[in-house]
Design a protein around this ligand. Structure first.
Ligand SMILES: [Zn+2]
Length: 427
């Protein structure tokens, strides 16, 4: 089944790849058809074969809210959004971390409603897997991802985006671990008493307090990866100092290319690498294309009345109304903003490889959580285009496998191994 899947997709992909106007992809470099076609197909086949043979892991997508708020079925091809099972198979994506995102403005930075919101998203992901036991598997470790891939199933993993749902109680870290959560970022864009965020003023001077350090220790003990993607610089360095296991950034870019707080500076990338962790590169144009965020802000102001008008009569929960507004914004951004290309994502990968090393980079799209996507990376179905660009830049098959998923598998194994060690020494 797995083999059949890959074979049929290769044929699909060869067409898609050349139809796409990527600048000089390996296999498309020779433009003249006819006699060169056999050779051309052969080169392409190699890059695509490599992609589909690799275990491909995306560390961050916001699809869990759609499962919960829209009741989508991931085993149908969805007409909107960036991710479903059908397109995952087309794009050779084997494993997806579903971010469990509690919007503090709607559910609070703690308390019962924040806990319920996180629990409901986890339940929605688990229910989706249980509805399709022949096509999906819930995975909590590297072995389970590999087994799912062997069995031709898609792997669903869970990560908490923001520690709001642990409600300042240490025992809740273990509670979420037991529910299957395998990474947590202490904050989203709102700081907590115990951890500063990169998204607000409080975060500028706030790192981890004693409770925050205890949370990191508890995550290490359990084998839950610590995610720094949204935390403040102060919190980042406190985590580096505190964590006794590899640290990850589940969806960030390189600050040397785009200087925004959500991206990591070179010294941060090096520090992350020293822990043995990875920076999973985000696909969001605002964080990968220099100057793009300013343009987006201008358009955002321009379209504000339109967004209000089109969504003013909508009913539903605050999250559902926010999603509807985001869809209008998505449509207008696509119309009004210049395209950003796949090659820009690879610029960030290149930079992280140069600064931190080939073992410390991965993919963290933020699909279904962003209102703009790069051209040629409109959904998970387009992931082979990313591999084509990596190949074009001279990455070897073994390096490509690391970037696509092996680095994440290594980090997950190491975090598990450290947890076992810590539990043994504590006895
Ligand atoms: Zn995020």
């Amino acid at each position: 089944m797995h083999r059949f899947k890959k074979f049929s997709l290769l044929r699909y992909g060869a067409m898609a790849l050349c139809a796409l106007s990527l600048p000089s992809i390996v296999g498309c470099r020779k433009q003249e058809p006819s006699s060169d076609m056999a050779e051309l197909r052969q080169t392409e086949f190699d890059v695509r074969a490599e992609h589909f043979a690799a275990i491909v892991i995306d560390m961050h997508a916001d699809t869990a809210q759609r499962l919960l708020d829209e009741g989508i079925d991931l085993e149908t091809r969805l007409p909107n959004g960036h991710l479903d099972g059908v397109r995952m198979r087309e794009g050779g994506l084997d494993a997806q971390f579903f971010a469990v995102w509690v919007e503090p403005q709607f559910y609070g930075v703690g308390g019962r409603r924040a806990v319920e919101r996180a629990d409901a998203q986890i339940a929605a992901v688990r229910a989706m897997v249980e509805r399709h036991p022949d096509r999906w598997a819930l995975a909590t470790g590297a072995e389970e991802i590999e087994r799912a891939a062997r069995e031709g199933k898609l792997a669903a993993l869970l990560g908490l985006e923001g520690g709001y749902a642990i409600d300042e109680r240490l025992e809740n870290v273990e509670r979420y671990y037991r529910m299957g959560v395998r990474y947590m970022s202490p904050t989203w864009t709102v700081s907590l008493s115990w951890a500063g965020s990169s998204g607000d003023a409080a975060g500028r001077t706030r790192g981890l307090n004693d409770f925050g350090r205890a949370v990191i220790g508890e995550m290490n003990r359990l084998g839950m990866m610590v995610d720094v993607s949204h935390v403040s610089d102060r919190t980042f360095w406190d985590i580096i100092e505190t964590s006794r296991a590899p640290v990850i950034a589940s969806h960030s870019g390189a600050r040397a290319i785009v200087d925004v707080p959500r991206n990591l500076a070179d010294d941060q990338l090096r520090a992350l690498a020293r822990t043995g962790g990875v920076c999973a590169v985000i696909f969001y144009p605002a964080f990968i294309e220099p100057g793009w965020e300013k343009l987006q802000a201008r358009v955002e102001a321009e379209i504000a009345p339109l967004v209000r008008d089109e969504t003013k009569n909508l009913r539903g929960s605050p999250s559902q109304r926010r999603a509807a507004r985001d869809r209008v914004r998505e449509r207008e951004f696509a119309r009004r903003l210049p395209p950003v290309f796949v090659s820009r994502v690879v610029d960030h990968i290149d930079h992280i490889v140069r600064v931190a090393g080939i073992d410390h980079v991965a993919l963290g799209s933020d699909f279904d959580g962003i209102q703009s996507v790069p051209q040629g990376l409109a959904s998970v179905a387009d992931l082979p285009n990313l591999t084509a660009e990596l190949a074009r830049r001279g990455y070897s098959p073994s390096e490509i496998r690391k970037i696509l998923g092996e680095n994440v598998l290594r980090v997950m194994r190491e975090v598990e191994r450290r947890a076992t060690q810590l539990q043994q020494t504590a006895r």
